[in-house]
Design a protein around this ligand. Structure first.
Ligand SMILES: Cc1ncc(COP(=O)(O)O)c(C=O)c1O
Length: 357
């Protein structure tokens, strides 16, 4: 049965709010009114101009590709869906990492893919291991899908690993789709895998690292012929982006340092605090967080639904239970709170873990 809904996204949207949520995976929202905006920026003249060139150019310039390699989409969500819709025919075999972001599996299933999984092993620090991909690959594999940084662990895939997987795909006539929505929070930032060869198709947005999820400014980087195919296919879905959002996204790119602001320093402080927290606890296991906005510790107390329920009930705090990533004894923590709030949230997780010992 093909997937017709995302239970994870439904949960993420409608769970009851708490004072100290560690469930988020993005920075605090950036206020656009701190930029020099004029009413002309909202002018609808041009809404019908196809493939709004100024935005393509700004994305291309930031990611060092040509505008012909850029396809616009509503957030990384639609970028992933559009990329898959262009690359998957019903019955195609698609290989997806485990654990992963649930919507990647859902979209591939909706499109009629036959889904196989390759492991990112906890015992191996969740690293991207080309041998695991080889072990599941077949001549029917059309697409390999992964996240970099990895959601939920934030583990960085090294260039050599990506090149090895690209080589495997090339030999099979397959492609590699990489969701790079967290990549700009690597330390230091890494270039997109779009530079590694035409078999790579990469998606991203101004959502997670930039605090601009409301703009729904997403994109795909792909070789020009494939990019053209995606633009044409997108005429079936949305035709054009909302034009005021395109204009505001251009402004964000023009002021990108201001948009990024103190976020990298905040992540560094929060990661260090999280690493100290885990080091002090014998009931948690987690490699030191080096990159990104999330971590995925293992709890020795069993199903982390219990931990989240207790946190909500007693401590007005929350984490993402690991069952949403098919690993119920883990939980995901997000680093996107201000450092004082993050510290308080961790204190509360510590208290809840103590209660449940
Ligand atoms: C891996 C991954 N891709 C995409 C998204 C959604 O991004 P956007 O809001 O840009 O659609 C998320 C959000 O949680 C995510 O974790």
């Amino acid at each position: 049965m093909r997937t017709m809904q995302s239970d994870y996204m439904h949960w993420a949207k409608f769970k009851s709010p708490v004072r100290y949520p560690l469930t988020g995976s993005e920075v605090p929202h950036f206020r656009m009114d701190s930029l020099p905006i004029s009413i002309a920026d909202f002018d609808l003249d041009g809404a019908s101009h196809p493939r709004y060139r100024p935005l393509r150019e700004r994305i291309a310039s930031r990611y060092d590709v040509t505008p012909e390699q850029v396809v616009a989409a509503d957030g990384t969500s639609m970028a992933n869906f559009l990329a898959m819709a262009a690359l998957i025919s019903p019955g195609d075999e698609v290989l997806i990492e485990h654990p992963t972001y649930e919507l990647l599996i859902g979209a591939a299933s909706f499109l009629g893919a036959e889904i196989k999984r390759f492991e990112r092993k906890g015992a191996d620090g969740f690293r991207l291991d080309p041998d695991q991909v080889v072990s599941m690959l077949s001549e029917r594999t059309r697409l390999i899908i992964l996240t970099n940084l990895h959601n939920p662990t934030s583990v960085l895939a090294e260039e050599a690993e990506l090149r090895a997987i690209g080589e495997l795909a090339r030999r099979m006539g397959a492609r590699v789709l990489i969701d790079e929505v967290y990549l700009d929070s690597a330390v230091p930032p890494r270039p997109s895998a779009a530079h590694l060869g035409p078999e790579f198709v990469c998606t991203n947005s101004l959502t997670k690292v930039y605090g601009l999820s409301g703009l729904r400014c997403g994109w795909i980087l792909a070789e020009p012929k494939l990019a053209e195919r995606m633009w044409r296919l997108n005429d079936l879905f949305g035709v054009n982006q909302a034009h005021p959002a395109e204009r505001l996204a251009c402004l964000a790119f023009e002021n990108i340092d201001q948009v990024i602001g103190d976020n990298p320093a905040m992540f560094a402080r929060n990661r260090a605090m999280f690493n100290d927290f885990v080091a002090d606890r014998s009931d948690l296991e987690c490699a030191a967080a080096k990159h990104g906005i999330t971590a995925f510790p293992r709890w020795n107390g069993g199903d982390t639904e219990r931990l989240d329920a207790h946190l909500r009930e007693r401590y007005d705090a929350s984490v993402v239970p690991g069952r949403w990533f098919e690993m119920p004894d883990h939980f995901r923590v997000g680093f996107g709170l201000s450092t004082p709030e993050f510290k308080e949230a961790l204190n509360r997780v510590g208290a809840a873990l103590d209660d449940l010992k």
